[in-house]
Design a protein around this ligand. Structure first.
Ligand code: HEM
Ligand SMILES: [Cu+2]
Length: 553
């Protein structure tokens, strides 16, 4: 790649990033909005990570009081809420905002101004939530789920944290509904000539399924929050101890479980882009990949009460939710086997994005398997509210979302900035994350089996001290890894190796335009005869895919 290093810096590089603030504030360009989503998501990740470190310091040994119990409860909520609502979902919306129009050959999203409004509702939502800390005499302190009666006014001692949270989530849901409508309209209406549905990249399919899911479950979430507010401010009794607290759980989890898939399906899409490119083979079972996405969308709306096996439901109802939950392993398994079959006998290049993709497969598999255990009613009855659940949920969310997000960033950073991320830092980033992650969360399973409850501010059992210390030390290794990631982004953005239009010799349309793309995206759309137009072009010009040279260092 030494030859490309001497190329002049592409002019768009300056045009894209060094704009006056007024342009950033008012732009309707999906690419700039995408970047703003991603920056917002990344800041949230750092913030929620800092909360996690404080939580881990507190739990590193028995009987510590790094923070008092009330603050601790607020930190647990803030960590969960920020990770789920303000990091993963927002960051993924950003990647999709940037990539979907490029991947289908569109100039922009279908409703650019709705896109702008939808984005700006996100900081409004975040500020509303954090307003609880500043103006609410304490923020939400009832997990990220906000169960009644913990959110009841009588329990809250004058704190308005729950109100700030409920308002924030209503705004968040509206923003998500806007974004989903926009994605679906864009994908249905703005595809380039030749881009039939069956030729769409799997990431675009994944984003379609995610948008459908958010469109369906966003409104019930907002409705639940409005009812919470009625209970707190208008004296109604929907979810109070006088009313039906379990109804709240049904409404919340009808959103909450699909939300897990809203945070994972786009990652599935990214992995489906990355593995074929770096195995130099077409995806195995394209149509079954699409079918599996929609299978998951459907099933994910029929399993919510697996979070509620201990509330005292009818046995037949529990059995239904148990079976439906186990069924989700079928479409997910199809995807897993297809990814492995894609790589099978491929000429695999272990670039950094590919490493993160395999890191995802390894960790998400563990989360998926413990999920099948937890789906079993008798097992869940034992493990509910224990650290086993904390271990499971992080294998799913950290393994499923963080590893895929990092894979996606290493993969698409050259398209967005015109420069490659450093490979050397990237390898360090991957291995520290992989080791730190497993060190943190693997032994949490054991703690859970030994009976350590989740959401406790401290514990007295000295036998849990060593395990907890290992977990805390490992969590700081994760923090170190994230720091490497951020350093890599900043350094490479300013001075990384120039990437060229298509550094990976990839398959999909976004690589046909310049890096970074011009405001109008494409000067000319190449002919599209399959879901791999760029590979077709290379083959037509008698230039089959070649091994990627050792990129950057
Ligand atoms: C940066 C590494 C992370 C560390 C060290 C970490 C650590 C923790 C800890 C110690 C808890 C509290 C468990 C308890 O005692 O109840 C927790 C809860 C939680 N975490 Fe993380 N976490 C990390 C990343 C993430 C990510 C990436 C997500 C989601 C995308 C996430 C989502 C959650 C959720 C939803 C809860 C449950 C909050 C509740 O109980 O309501 N975490 N995490
Ligand atoms: Cu669930």
């Amino acid at each position: 790649m030494a030859a490309t290093q001497t190329l002049p810096r592409p002019k768009q590089y300056d045009d894209t990033f060094f704009k006056p603030i007024s342009i950033w504030l008012t732009t309707t360009d999906h690419k700039l909005i995408g970047i703003m989503y991603m920056v917002t998501g990344m800041l949230s990740f750092v913030l929620a990570g800092i909360f996690a470190l404080i939580i881990r310091l507190q739990l590193s040994q028995p009987n510590l009081s790094v923070v008092d119990a009330e603050t601790y409860n607020q930190l647990i909520s803030a960590h969960g809420v920020t990770m789920i609502f303000f990091f993963v979902t927002i960051f993924l919306t950003g990647i999709a905002n940037y990539m979907v129009p490029l991947m289908i050959g569109a100039r922009d999203m279908a409703f650019p101004r709705v896109n702008l409004l939808g984005f700006w509702l996100v900081p409004v939502s975040i500020l509303l939530y954090y307003g609880g800390f500043l103006f609410g005499k304490g923020a939400l302190d009832a997990g990220w789920t906000g169960y009644a009666p913990l959110t009841e006014k009588a329990y809250q001692n004058g704190s308005l944290g729950v109100d700030f949270w409920a308002m924030s989530i209503i705004v968040w849901a509206i923003s998500g509904i806007m974004a989903s409508t926009n994605f679906l309209t864009t994908i249905v209406a703005l595809r380039a000539p030749g881009m039939k549905l069956t030729r769409m990249p799997l990431f675009v399919w994944a984003q379609s399924s995610t948008s459908i899911l958010l469109l369906i479950v966003g409104a019930p979430l907002a409705a639940a929050m409005i009812l919470v507010e009625c209970d707190r401010q208008l004296g109604t009794q929907f979810f109070t101890t006088q009313g039906r607290p379990v109804l709240y759980q049904h409404l919340f989890w009808f959103f909450g479980h699909p939300e897990v898939y809203i945070m994972i399906l786009p990652g599935f899409g990214m992995i489906s882009e990355i593995i074929p490119v770096f195995a130099r083979k077409p995806i195995f079972g394209y149509m079954s990949m699409v079918a599996a996405l929609f299978g998951i969308v459907f099933l994910s709306m029929t399993v919510w009460a697996h979070h509620m096996f201990t509330v005292g439901m009818n046995t037949y109802v529990e059995t239904f939710f148990m079976i439906m939950t186990m069924l989700i392993a079928v479409p997910t398994g199809i995807k897993f086997f297809n990814w492995i079959a894609t790589a099978w006998w491929g000429s695999i290049e272990f670039t950094v994005p590919m490493k993160f993709a395999w890191g995802f497969l390894a960790t998400f598999l563990i989360g998926g398997i413990t999920g099948v255990y937890l789906a079993s009613v008798p097992v869940d009855t034992q493990l509910h509210q224990s650290y086993y659940v904390v271990a499971h949920l992080h294998y799913v969310l950290f393994g499923g979302s963080v590893f895929t997000i990092f894979a996606g960033v290493y993969y698409w950073f050259p398209k967005i900035t015109g420069r490659l991320l450093s490979k050397r830092l990237g390898e360090w980033n991957f291995w520290t994350l992989f080791i730190g992650f497993n060190g943190t969360f693997l032994i949490m399973h054991t703690l859970g089996l030994e009976g350590m409850p989740r959401r406790i501010a401290t514990y007295t059992n000295p036998a849990w001290g060593t395990t907890n210390m290992i977990i805390t030390v490992s969590s700081f290794l994760i923090a170190f890894s994230v720091l490497l990631f951020l350093i890599n982004i900043v350094r490479s953005w300013r001075g990384g190796e120039i990437a060229g239009d298509d550094p990976w010799q990839a398959n999909s349309l976004e690589w046909a335009t310049t890096s970074p793309p011009p405001p109008y995206n494409f000067e000319k759309i190449p002919p599209i005869h399959s879901y791999m137009p760029l590979r077709d072009l290379r083959e037509a010009s008698g230039q089959p895919p070649v091994p990627i040279p050792a990129l950057s260092s």
